[in-house]
Design a protein around this ligand. Structure first.
Ligand SMILES: Nc1ncnc2c1ncn2[C@@H]1O[C@H](COP(=O)(O)OP(=O)(O)O)[C@@H](O)[C@H]1O
Length: 195
């Protein structure tokens, strides 16, 4: 992607987000975009690509679950057992499909980062980790532990990613919720690599 193209895309998607997301979510998207660019600068990614992926990561977040499901079905995306019964996970997958098939985004790294931004997964790319982490530590985030999450992100990309994966796992366990296997496998992968 050339620089000119990126800027055109950003303007185009800011307009699309104006039409599809409320003000709070648009603000969150801009903050995730900013955090992702900062993480890319720090950890060796492409800041413009990261900014773009962060901007569009929640593009399908305010679609109705039925519409998210229809979008995934339209493009024959197969869901695993946990995804099928967890509508909160659908916006990431529907967002991937919308960006790829309806808005013509061709950058597979960006598409992958959007697809996995809620659960993470084993073997996720650097950009995928950046967007996952940026979503957890962006300036607008305010939850118990966010300062610890930011401190971990300042140590290394993997330390930040691991801290946020573990916080998500703990929160879901406390709620008695289903756990997506991608999150567990991503954590195991990081712990195995450290042995
Ligand atoms: N690994 C997971 N397994 C199952 N459900 C998850 C997982 N990660 C997140 N979720 C659910 O999806 C919801 C939305 O996640 P996310 O998009 O990251 O949140 P946010 O709305 O704060 O951006 C979470 O609140 C949680 O209920």
């Amino acid at each position: 992607m050339t620089k000119g193209r990126d800027q055109v895309d950003t303007q185009r998607f800011e307009k699309i987000l104006d039409e599809t997301l409320g003000e709070k979510r648009r603000h969150h998207s801009r903050m995730v975009s900013k955090a992702a660019a900062e993480l890319a600068r720090r950890y060796g990614g492409d800041p413009e690509q990261a900014a773009f992926a962060g901007l569009v990561h929640d593009i399908a977040k305010e679609m109705k679950p039925d519409a998210q499901l229809q979008t995934m079905e339209k493009y024959s995306i197969l869901l695993d057992d946990v995804e099928r019964v967890t509508p909160k996970l659908w916006h990431a997958i529907a967002g991937y499909a919308l960006l790829k098939y309806e808005y013509g985004v061709a950058d597979e790294d960006v598409l992958e980062a959007v697809r996995w931004h809620t659960t993470g997964r084993k073997g996720l790319s650097r950009l995928g980790k950046i967007v996952y982490l940026a979503d957890c530590i962006s300036e607008d985030r305010d939850y118990p532990g966010v300062e610890q999450a930011r401190a971990a992100a300042a140590r290394s990309l993997d330390a930040g990613y691991l801290d946020s994966l573990e916080r998500s796992i703990r929160t879901l366990l406390d709620r008695g919720a289903l756990l997506h296997l991608g999150t567990v496998e991503a954590r195991n992968e990081l712990l195995l690599a450290a042995k």
